[in-house]
Design a protein. Structure first.
Ligand SMILES: Nc1ncnc2c1ncn2[C@@H]1O[C@H](COP(=O)(O)OP(=O)(O)OP(=O)(O)O)[C@@H](O)[C@H]1O
Ligand SMILES: [Mg+2]
Length: 317
């Protein structure tokens, strides 16, 4: 666990955001050549980490930039706690964002970089040391930014986003360039914040990492929503890719007793069945008097579901 407690209380909580839900409704961005985002609607709940997934060019960054009022939508709206970003009275205290590996003045130390941001935001400069501590960057506080590794820059970006102790944190591919230890740290950090009721929206193309990190996922392709739900729901609903593995001395008798199943035979005496549940296979085996030596429901991982759901949608447009 990350020591989030005790470090973030000197700044008053984001004033007008009460629940911190992000609601994206009919959001659209058409450029001359491309419909980057096309009628996209989804919600992001507080208290959960939501993964925002999609192939390269799907429209993730464009969507996040519209939520943050950095890109003007062609149509549709995005609200945070019921208000558009532009209407938030204290945006830094309401929403923290990490859009790309943070940039800072090369000759400035991490701490001075954050102090400048504190001054601009009207926060006490002691807050700089608090957030450096929060992201594990305190030992490098007095080193110059130009000497920071990519992972340290990512942490500095998160530190900057945390300055206002925001209710909502939006991160675009924050795991880029992090080593396994850094990725693990990020996961613990974001999950700890979600547990404290914060809204965490994080885009990524690292699906295996998302499966460990996210409670909910929003999957888009070619600017449109493909699926939204909890990781369990998304994986559970992907019945088309769920399989039942069964080992039996009488595979043919079992197959004959099953309706609607298609079977692969990866090895002797083993069937890999699609289109049926483990319960159906067990019941059919009992009714047919076929012994089962193994019966396993093989749930697909998020990566497999993702590839299945986004298959055939042009990635680079
Ligand atoms: N300013 C712009 N002008 C024209 N086209 C743009 C602009 N910004 C983005 N696009 C296009 O919009 C589409 C979506 O881009 P976006 O960066 O939102 O995708 P992404 O999902 O973030 O991709 P990645 O995983 O590669 O970061 C792409 O086809 C991109 O070329
Ligand atoms: Mg992007």
């Amino acid at each position: 666990m990350v020591a989030v407690d005790g470090l973030v209380h000197t700044v008053p909580m984001g004033s007008e955001i009460t629940d911190g839900e992000i609601v994206v409704s009919g959001l659209t961005k058409h450029y001359k050549q491309v419909r980057a985002v096309d009628g996209l609607s989804f919600t992001v709940k507080p208290g959960r980490v939501t993964g925002f997934l999609g192939p390269n060019g799907a429209g993730k960054t464009t969507t996040l930039r519209m939520v943050l009022n950095l890109v003007t939508p062609t149509a549709g709206t995005a609200t945070i706690g019921g208000s558009r970003y532009a209407d938030l009275a204290a945006p830094l205290q309401s929403v923290g964002a990490v859009l790309e590996a943070s940039s800072a003045h090369k000759g400035r130390t991490g701490r001075n970089h954050l102090r400048v941001l504190c001054a601009a935001a009207g926060l006490p400069d002691t807050r700089a040391d608090e957030v450096l501590e929060l992201v594990g960057l305190a030992p490098a506080a007095k080193r110059k930014f130009k000497g920071y590794s990519l992972g340290m820059k990512q942490r500095l970006g998160i530190a900057a986003a945390m300055l206002g102790d925001p209710q909502v944190l939006i991160l675009d591919e924050p795991a880029n360039g992090l080593d396994p230890e850094g990725i693990r740290w990020m996961r613990d950090f974001l999950q700890a914040l979600a547990k404290r009721g914060r809204t965490i929206l994080v885009s990524s193309h690292l699906l295996s990492e998302m499966e460990l990190l996210a409670d909910d996922v929003v999957i888009i392709a070619a600017g449109r929503l493909v699926a939204q739900g909890s990781v369990e729901e998304i994986i559970g609903n992907a019945s088309s890719v769920a399989k039942v593995r069964v080992r039996t001395p009488k595979p043919d008798a079992l197959l004959a007793a099953l309706t609607g199943a298609t079977a692969e035979r990866p090895e002797d005496g083993v069937l890999l069945l699609s289109g049926v549940t483990a319960e159906q296979v067990g019941d059919a085996a009992l009714a047919a008097g076929v012994a089962l030596h193994e019966l396993v429901a093989e749930m697909p991982d998020l990566e497999r579901v993702f590839l299945d759901l986004t298959a055939g949608k042009e990635a680079i447009r």
